[in-house]
Design a protein around this ligand. Structure first.
Ligand SMILES: [Zn+2]
Length: 132
């Protein structure tokens, strides 16, 4: 059976937005990695990612993949968070008449991402919503 508590433990970076900061040069990696891309360092500390950021670029997918079809069209944005890390996330709660612009402030919120109808699973993750 699908256990939310188990998934929480198995995907801490994804669910808790945790990044790894290189203890040698300070570069922040999200998702975490084993070797620092800047200095080849191998020691990291876990840091929390900020929830606030700004839109770098975005696109709309008019024919979404299976599992996302009820959310058509699907807005996807690259968001630069307050610590400079860029993440690709789905945009939620955007009215049809509203248009995102580059530089718009957004906030990441924990939402339902999609279902796998056959297995009966529902996946959760972070989506960007317009910051007010
Ligand atoms: Zn480093």
């Amino acid at each position: 059976m699908f256990s939310p508590a188990r998934s929480w433990r198995e995907f801490p970076q994804r669910y808790r937005l945790e990044a790894a900061r290189c203890t040698v040069c300070g570069k922040i990696h999200y998702p975490p990695r084993l070797v620092c891309s800047a200095c080849r360092g191998r020691t990291f500390e876990t840091v929390a990612m900020p929830r606030e950021g700004a839109v770098v670029t975005f696109t709309t997918i008019h024919v979404p993949p299976k599992g996302f079809t009820e959310q058509s069209p699907l807005d996807i944005a690259i968001v630069e968070l307050a610590n400079g890390v860029r993440v690709m996330v789905q945009v939620a709660d955007l009215p049809e008449a509203d248009e995102l612009r580059i530089g718009d402030p957004v906030r990441l919120e924990f939402r339902r991402i999609c279902d796998d109808g056959e297995a009966g699973l529902i996946f959760y993750g972070h989506k960007a919503v317009r910051a007010r």
